[in-house]
Design a protein around this ligand. Structure first.
Ligand code: ADP
Ligand code: MG
Length: 353
């Protein structure tokens, strides 16, 4: 076990009563090279029926956060601190058995690649009905009927005939749908979708996202949608959390964050990402530099070595003092609201169009 030094820069954990409440989450891995601070003081809430988008470059801690919620990290090499409450139940100290019961029943995950989630050796129908039998005690016959029903819901044509197919008999898009059917078969109240459409072409992508929205309306589930594609969240999520180096740097409604982004990292992200609405020939502007090592993240604001605006802040605070993310709408940045407004209007908005 590793002892974590508590830093003063995140607000004290408070009870929120939200359906999912994550407070001051810290996830660290012990590796040969040292301690990787993969998630470093993350807090957010999510209510039933709502979708939270989490965006950030590769390596920013999105998947680690969600694997922590699902309880899927190896306890031997992982230290988890802080609180994860799902419907009032603390998950960070839940037993392996308790977590296993919750997974698939109360919470479920949709993976990026259906092939990692589906076994090639069993029929699609069996892979959907097994967890249903396990969690609900339904008979084999009932579970088969349920699998057919679920395949129909996710838009597999002729589900009665396809239920006995093996994964290799399905196209990539159909396998993704079958995996979604498997994740949703027990009506999970929390659904975590980690880059659910990255491997798919744009048309299938849009269909899968529409499907998630429909299923959310039907079941009232809370959804965490992890993506590096802002076009995807723009059309699907209610709230947005922008992550950088294991920390949340900005949060707000999707509309607010996309229309009036406040954090210099979010500005960079918006300029560097293709958007669904944009012209394919529009030049993208990558953020200069690269994400920091999480073995030894920069002091102060983790983004400061790449930020073009640090000289606007007095006393070298950006390199020394970690900025706080306010509760609700806001950004973890030492620029004043006026400075941000001015930079955004003069330099950023004209580029984003
Ligand atoms: P992403 O935002 O792309 O999903 P991840 O959450 O997967 O990023 O990873 C965050 C950081 O944690 C990365 O630097 C990654 O290399 C590191 N990491 C993830 N899992 C482990 C692990 N099991 N052991 C050590 N480091 C890990
Ligand atoms: Mg990931």
């Amino acid at each position: 076990m590793t002892t974590l030094t508590k830093t003063e820069d995140t607000p004290a954990p408070t009870e929120s009563g939200a359906f999912l409440s994550v407070r001051d989450l810290r996830v660290q891995f012990s590796t040969e090279d040292g301690i990787v601070k993969a998630v470093d003081g993350l807090s957010f809430d999510l209510e039933r029926g709502q979708t939270l988008g989490i965006v950030g470059e590769s390596g920013s801690g999105k998947s680690v956060t969600n694997l922590s919620i699902l309880g899927l990290h190896n306890p031997k090499s992982t230290t988890i601190e802080g609180s994860i409450r799902l419907d009032g139940q603390e998950l960070t100290d839940a037993s392996g058995r308790q977590l296993e019961r919750l997974r698939g029943n109360k919470m479920a995950m949709i993976f990026q690649d259906a092939l990692t989630a589906l076994s090639p050796y069993y029929t699609i129908g069996r892979q959907i009905s097994e967890p249903y039998m396990k969690h609900t005690g339904a008979s084999r016959k009932e579970a088969r009927a349920r699998a057919i029903e679920m395949l129909g819901k996710v838009g597999i044509p002729d589900p009665k005939a396809r239920v006995d197919d093996y994964p290799h008999q399905f196209s990539g898009g159909m396998r993704q749908r079958a995996m979604i059917a498997m994740s949703l078969v027990c009506n999970p109240e929390l659904l975590i979708a980690d880059e659910p459409t990255t491997a798919l072409d744009v048309t299938v992508q849009a269909q899968i996202l529409d499907l998630l929205k429909d299923l959310q309306q039907e079941f009232g589930s809370a959804i965490i949608l992890i993506t590096h594609d802002l076009g995807v969240v723009a059309n699907t999520a209610d709230d947005l959390l922008v992550m950088y180096a294991g920390r949340a740097v900005e949060r707000g409604s999707v509309r607010e964050v996309l229309k009036q982004p406040q954090h210099p990292y979010t500005w960079g992200l918006l300029g560097s990402m293709p958007r669904l609405s944009s012209d394919v020939n529009e030049p993208l502007m990558p953020i200069p530099g690269s994400p920091p090592s999480l073995l030894n993240p920069p002091a102060g604001c983790a983004f400061n070595p790449r930020c073009a605006h640090v000289e606007l802040v007095d006393g070298g605070r950006c390199a020394n003092e970690r900025p706080l993310l306010p509760a609700g709408r806001g950004a973890a940045c030492h620029l004043s609201a006026e400075q941000r407004q001015q930079v955004f209007i003069e330099k950023i908005q004209p580029r984003l169009g």
